[in-house]
Write a protein that binds this ligand. Structure first.
Ligand code: MN
Length: 319
């Protein structure tokens, strides 16, 4: 099975909505790799702000063994709840991420990396998200940063650990290129709260643990709740306590083409990036420690991308 190219045409936001979007299970990193539950992109919703991928993984579905592979045009955000992941990249980074720490890799014009779980007895549970870089920054030099401590704000009883952007009165030190927010929300037992939001952002919530009432909708683990724009506050309550991820940002200002591990603006950029990876041109550098092992690019589809609007008016498959 080869990934289709996904053209993500930006569309005006609809105002406040509450739409549950189901996850789908996707193998990652080949047959020895882990399976992930993907909630972004969706057929009807390619992005939330600049967030264009959201995968959750759990060691119940296997350890993470993702050999070197390339990226362009995006940032990867790795965040774990249990277990550790070793990250190595073509800039020479070699770090282990632990729960509560943030790995943020900026691909820009090109980077390669590998990710392996360290086999912790308690298993592995976490998220990986992608942020699309805006057109003007899509070809910047690659970078990697690890943040071992992130600020936590408390508002109306909700604890928000802020990975990127600002929420609950605190701001993450992580480097971003578009107005964006990403935060882990810890909602204690019996909380009934209103979380202030930026009304110009669109938002979505993924429950990690427990059951959360979000703007009148009951959410448990699995689907993504898309909330649209135009909310000054978000009603959150949880009789038994819950943990969730909130993502949001300004609705995208330009169209994206997402194929395999690449985010671009047109078909030609994707074709060129694929050719550079397969041709070992040096654009992506080399990840030390894996010999010649790497993930080959899949075949490109035999068709040019077709623009895809929010709402899924045009048939197509996300990859
Ligand atoms: Mn990757």
């Amino acid at each position: 099975m080869y990934p289709a190219e996904t053209a993500c045409r930006s569309a005006a936001a609809d105002g406040a909505v509450a739409e549950l979007l189901a996850a789908r299970r996707v193998p990652l990193g080949g047959v020895r790799g882990i399976e992930v539950d993907r909630v972004l992109p969706q057929r009807t919703l390619p992005t939330v702000g600049a967030w264009c991928f959201l995968d959750s993984f759990d060691s119940a579905a296997g350890g993470m063994r993702v050999l070197p592979h390339p990226h362009i045009g995006l940032q990867t955000v790795t965040w774990t709840f249990a277990g550790r992941i070793r990250h190595r990249d073509s800039l020479g980074s070699d770090v282990v991420i632990r729960p509560g720490q943030l790995d943020l890799m900026t691909a820009g014009r090109g980077i390669a990396h590998s990710e392996f779980s360290t086999g912790d007895p308690g298993g592995l549970h976490g998220l990986q998200l992608w942020v699309a870089l805006p057109a003007g920054d899509a070809a910047i030099a690659p970078g990697f940063e690890q943040h071992t401590e992130l600020p936590t704000g408390t508002t109306d009883g909700i604890h928000a650990r802020v990975l990127v952007g600002s929420l609950a009165g605190v701001t993450s030190p992580a480097t971003t290129y578009t107005p964006l927010v990403g935060a882990q929300l810890d909602v204690p037992d019996g909380t009934v709260a209103e979380l202030p939001l930026r009304p110009d952002f669109e938002h979505a919530v993924l429950v990690i643990d427990g059951t959360l009432e979000v703007a009148g909708t009951t959410v448990t683990t699995g689907p993504l709740l898309y909330l649209g724009t135009g909310r000054d506050t978000l009603a959150l309550s949880s009789p038994g306590g819950a943990t969730a991820m909130l993502i949001g940002g300004e609705p995208p200002g330009d169209d994206l083409v997402i194929w395999w591990n690449f985010v671009g603006r047109n078909h030609e950029e994707i074709v060129a990036a694929r050719a550079d990876w397969e041709g070992r041109t040096g654009r992506f550098g080399r990840v030390a420690g894996h010999g010649d092992a790497r993930i080959p690019a899949p075949r490109l589809p035999n068709l040019r991308l077709t623009a895809r609007r929010r709402g899924g008016a045009t048939p197509g498959r996300s990859g």
